[in-house]
Design a protein around this ligand. Structure first.
Ligand code: ZN
Length: 406
């Protein structure tokens, strides 16, 4: 029997994470209502929820007009912990602008270790002293001996696994060949042409040996690399496939120019995977956070999921899936009228969710994970390619009740 790994969890053909830095989120209500809007189908102050799966980020000490762990109240902090535990806050966006000492870092990190689930994704923020990149993001987080050094506490201990150090590409789909198709805007030929040219040049710099743009050339979401102090990490690249360039339309005020049919169709056609760079707390106004165009954009994305085309997942889940697929190996053995898939992987639990193998006769497939029989194998009907498959299910995250004060 012919057994092969499907690129994405059945039945989807592409994968996307909306990865939002919380910069400038004006208040607690908008922070939590955004989560409810994106992750439930309930009525919210931003409109009727779209029922996707979109995470958010958190940080600590920030100017007082910006939502953060430190600036919110006890109710807000409790809800933050609920959402970390449920997987809906999945990224630490540095420790914040004002965290610059070991003592403060230790206290903040301890707060994050209280719950059942831990944050494993780090995203550098602006000029935060704790940033892990010393080049683009100018941080001291990985500089041994510096006041804001913390990798011994946060990364080397196995806490943070996935690190973002400032790299954004204009290319809409990663883990495939670079493709500029969705970037050209016929109404804005000069500006969109410039965006394409810049992205093209980054690719050529990489070919000429530029380390800074190596990820752009390879066009992979993940790569294994090291921090300044030698700590091995998985670095991820985000994309903002905006025709105006990587720093344009990178917020709630512009996301309708990025979540477009053109971009989503490109992602789909290429069978790509992308972590979308955005700032959903940069809203239109405190009174009217999203406009109709914003809702239309998220409803469009929800339609791609409903139609079994693009799976939207939190950043942590998407990165975990990519890492597992890149590092797993399996072999197929025939025995007792069964086709046995023997999977070898160093990952377990949630990191195996969604793994799917094409098989001519799914009923006759048995899965063994590191030698142990897996009893919950899901049998799938033929997908758009006409092939049947078996899967380890991809269960949705369960959104907690945070509507009322807790
Ligand atoms: Zn930021």
């Amino acid at each position: 029997m012919n057994i092969s790994l499907r690129k994405y969890p059945y039945p989807y053909q592409a994968m996307l994470a909306v990865c939002s830095d919380l910069d400038e989120t004006p208040n607690k209500e908008i922070y939590f209502e955004t989560a409810r809007y994106l992750n439930t189908t309930e009525q919210t102050i931003l409109g009727k929820g779209v029922g996707l799966e979109v995470g958010n980020s958190i940080y600590f000490d920030m100017p007082e007009n910006q939502f953060s762990y430190t600036n919110t109240d006890n109710d807000g902090r409790k809800k933050i912990h609920y959402l970390i535990d449920s997987g809906h806050i999945d990224c630490l966006h540095s420790f914040g602008d004002f965290v610059n000492s070991r003592e403060r870092i230790k206290l903040c990190w301890a707060e994050l270790q209280k719950g059942q689930r831990k944050l494993e994704v780090w995203i550098d923020h602006a000029q935060a002293p704790t940033n892990l990149d010393d080049d683009i993001m100018q941080g001291e987080g990985a500089v041994a001996g510096a006041d804001a050094f913390h990798t011994d506490l946060t990364v080397k201990t196995g806490g943070l696994s996935f690190i973002w150090k400032g790299r954004v590409t204009s290319i809409a789909s990663q883990n495939v060949k670079r493709n500029y198709r969705s970037l050209f805007n016929i109404k804005e030929p000069y500006k969109s042409g410039k965006t394409i040219l810049i992205e093209f040049i980054k690719g050529w710099f990489a070919r000429l040996g530029s380390v800074k743009y190596a990820m752009h050339k390879d066009n992979h979401v993940l790569r294994k690399t090291q921090l300044l102090d030698g700590t091995p990490v998985q670095e991820f690249m985000r994309c903002n496939p905006s025709w105006g360039g990587v720093s344009v339309f990178d917020s709630a005020r512009g996301i309708h120019n990025v979540l477009t049919e053109s971009v989503l169709n490109t992602l789909l056609k290429n069978k790509g995977c992308s972590v979308l760079y955005s700032h959903l707390g940069k809203v239109f106004s405190g009174e009217q956070a999203f406009k109709q165009c914003t809702r239309d954009a998220f409803e469009l994305l929800a339609a791609y999921q409903k139609n079994k085309l693009i799976l939207t997942a939190t950043t942590r889940r998407l990165l975990g899936y990519c890492r597992t697929v890149e590092e797993l190996s399996f072999m197929v053995k025939s025995a007792d009228d069964k086709e046995q898939i023997h999977l070898s992987t160093t990952y377990k639990g949630q990191d195996l969710y969604g793994l799917t193998w094409y098989a001519d006769d799914p009923e006759k497939v048995a899965l063994y994970i590191n030698g142990k029989y897996y009893s919950n194998l899901q049998i799938n009907p033929a997908d758009n390619s006409g092939r049947k498959s078996v899967s380890i299910a991809w269960p949705p995250l369960v959104f907690p009740d945070i509507k009322s004060p807790v």
